[in-house]
Write a protein that binds this ligand. Structure first.
Ligand SMILES: NC(=O)C1=CN([C@@H]2O[C@H](COP(=O)(O)OP(=O)(O)OC[C@H]3O[C@@H](n4cnc5c(N)ncnc54)[C@H](OP(=O)(O)O)[C@@H]3O)[C@@H](O)[C@H]2O)[C@@H](O)CC1
Ligand SMILES: Nc1ncnc2c1ncn2[C@@H]1O[C@H](COP(=O)(O)OP(=O)(O)O)[C@@H](O)[C@H]1O
Ligand SMILES: [K+]
Length: 552
């Protein structure tokens, strides 16, 4: 979980820095452009001025330019302004630079206009129109400075260029320049690939463009091998397919200070994880570290609950009891040791178990089934007022039953994946699934926040871009993208383990939002630590290693 900003927050930070006299808009644009050039040289040191002559394939010898070559595509706003700065700085470094402008130079905002004019003293600006002949092969870098955080509507008239850009990105595969040269130069997006909404990670397109996608013709947005953003990552770099479109994201420091953060920095998460580890177990006995009860399904359906129970115990709950129907006791007894087992006969049996007031956290749903009895168990759990995770079948039942939904309280954590979210909040899911035609688009953050408010409890909306929100509007993202990418988490039962982690943390006394944030973060850490080949059982077993690496 890194600090992620909306476009509006970024603008506010920029405006505050300018208003305080700390910096001018023009200086910020200069720093942004410089940040892009530095990031390029850092990523591809062979392009840096000190490195030596530009790579040249045999068929290229004899062509006019000896040095490195760039194409810079500028747009009508300040993103385009950054592009003019990059063009100038590369030219000053000895590059041959071709600059195209989409839009009317006269209408450029003031700082972008200044940089347009500065570039105008060094080279020409060609119009980026359907008639433009854009040659990307034999260039060392393509810069996408068409649209950034100000994208307001679908791109039009750029289809062929977007196709060329996406082809370069796809064809490259690797970031290695030598492997790409000369036909697939790397594409560097300034701030975010053009056409992607910086708040939602979703491409902005209309019905006409949707039809083009269906026909497999021009794409609706650009893609990039490297995206250079400023100050802090934006939501759009992490949500939806942002991680896919952006390639690799680096954040250039443009020298402004700010407090704005809607998500948790790593240090805070490490602190939380620390609290969940063994260090805080030095005092007290097992029940001072909480007692979690996890209800399992019927015979042959106990795997999910056993995974959750193991995860709850590993993450630090003092004691974990698996409650199962009497007929499933033998099956579960054969599989469990440290986890206690209790036969729970229907709702009465569960209510009897809940008389033990040491039980302070529940997990209902994994493998539970959607019978009337399951419904009764959920109702009993909710009535008990305990902190609880509601996952899987419990979410399906709550989605069907307004009475149960109305019983949700602030100590609950709902952990839906996309399908379960749609069952619980069909209208929000529909809004999120509808094509995004204007920016800023409705995002997974918006949907999860609205869901948490409506449910009156914490909602963790799973996926590679897991979003967690509570009813107060607090929101975090646990994005498994870039350096935290762990697609092998998409394995059967990994959601049950997540439910168990959160339950264990609730038992440890973590507040619901904190338990959900920490559980999601540890879940990804375990997956990263284990690596590909992971199955759900491996996740809790990886936790001691993760705790040790965190110094716990
Ligand atoms: N904030 C900061 O701290 C810093 C920001 N910096 C840079 O500024 C960028 C943000 O600049 P920005 O606000 O000018 O937005 P940007 O993305 O260039 O485009 C907006 C223009 O495009 C237009 N337009 C929109 N959609 C369109 C479409 N589909 N088709 C056609 N036109 C469309 C829109 O026009 P309008 O909607 O008003 O008609 C407007 O003219 C940011 O990403 C970063 O690179 C850095 O310099 C340093 C610090
Ligand atoms: N591509 C992915 N990258 C990272 N995490 C993922 C990815 N796909 C799924 N996950 C995570 O894996 C877990 C899957 O949970 P869920 O869908 O409930 O599966 P199951 O029901 O099999 O346990 C969630 O925590 C989700 O965030
Ligand atoms: K861009």
């Amino acid at each position: 979980m890194t600090e992620l900003l909306t476009a509006a927050q970024m603008r506010a930070i920029e405006q505050a820095a300018i208003a305080s006299g700390e910096v001018t808009g023009l200086e910020l644009m200069e720093r942004a452009g410089r940040g892009v050039v530095e990031a390029i040289f850092e990523e591809w040191p062979e392009l840096a001025p000190s490195w030596g002559p530009a790579p040249k394939p045999p068929e290229f010898s004899g062509q006019d330019e000896e040095g490195h070559r760039a194409v810079v595509l500028c747009g009508p706003g300040n993103n385009g302004g950054d592009g003019f700065v990059v063009a100038r700085l590369l030219k000053e470094a000895g590059w041959a630079v071709e600059v195209f402008l989409y839009g009317d130079a006269e209408k450029l905002p003031p700082d972008a206009k200044v940089n347009y004019e500065r570039w105008g003293e060094m080279g020409e600006v060609l119009p980026l129109t359907p008639q433009a002949s854009l040659e990307l092969a034999h260039r060392h870098i393509v810069i996408d400075a068409m649209f950034g955080t100000g994208l307001a509507r679908p791109l039009s008239g750029l289809g062929p260029f977007l196709r060329d850009i996406c082809d370069c990105v796809d064809a490259g595969g690797s970031l290695q320049l030598q492997e790409r040269w000369p036909f697939s130069p790397p594409v560097v997006a300034i701030d975010i690939p053009s056409g992607i909404c910086a708040d939602s990670g979703r491409p902005i397109f209309d019905e006409a463009a949707a039809e083009r996608i269906r026909r497999g013709s021009s794409p609706v947005c650009a893609a990039a091998n490297l995206t250079v953003s400023f100050h802090a990552r934006k939501l759009g770099h992490a949500l939806a397919l942002g991680g896919f479109w952006c390639g690799k994201v680096v954040c250039a420091d443009i020298g402004i200070s700010s407090q704005a953060s809607r998500t948790l920095p790593r240090s805070e998460l490490v602190k939380m994880a620390n609290e969940s580890g063994s260090r805080f177990k030095r005092n007290g006995h097992k029940y001072s570290h909480g007692h979690a009860v996890i209800l399992s399904g019927s015979v042959g359906k106990g795997g999910a609950a056993r995974l959750a129970a193991r995860a709850a115990l590993r993450v630090g709950a003092g004691a974990v009891t698996l409650g199962c129907p009497p007929a499933a006791v033998i099956e579960n007894a054969a599989q469990l040791n440290a986890i206690m087992l209790r036969a729970v006969k229907g709702v009465d049996g569960f209510n009897a178990a809940l008389e033990d007031d040491r039980i302070n956290a529940l997990c209902l749903g994994p493998g539970m089934g959607v019978s009337d009895e399951s419904r009764g168990l959920i109702e009993a759990g909710l009535k008990s007022g305990r902190a609880m995770v509601l996952d899987a079948d419990a979410l399906t039942l709550i989605g069907r039953d307004a009475l149960l939904f109305g019983m949700l309280h602030e100590k609950c954590v709902l952990t839906p994946h996309g399908g379960e979210f749609a069952r619980l909040f069909p209208d929000l899911a529909e809004t999120l699934a509808a094509p995004a035609t204007t920016g800023p688009a409705y995002s997974k953050v918006d949907a999860t926040r609205e869901a948490a408010k409506r449910a009156g409890c914490t909602v963790l909306f799973k996926g590679p871009d897991t979003v967690i929100a509570d009813p107060s509007g607090r929101c975090s993202i646990n994005a498994s993208v870039y350096e935290r990418s762990a697609p092998w988490l998409a394995t059967a039962g990994s959601g049950d383990v997540l439910a168990g982690f959160i339950t264990g943390l609730l038992a440890r006394g973590f507040a619901p939002m904190r338990a959900a944030e920490t559980g999601a973060w540890l879940h990804t850490e375990c997956a990263l630590s284990f690596g590909p080949g992971l199955i759900a059982e491996d996740l809790p077993e990886e936790l001691p290693k993760v705790f040790r690496a965190l110094g716990i």
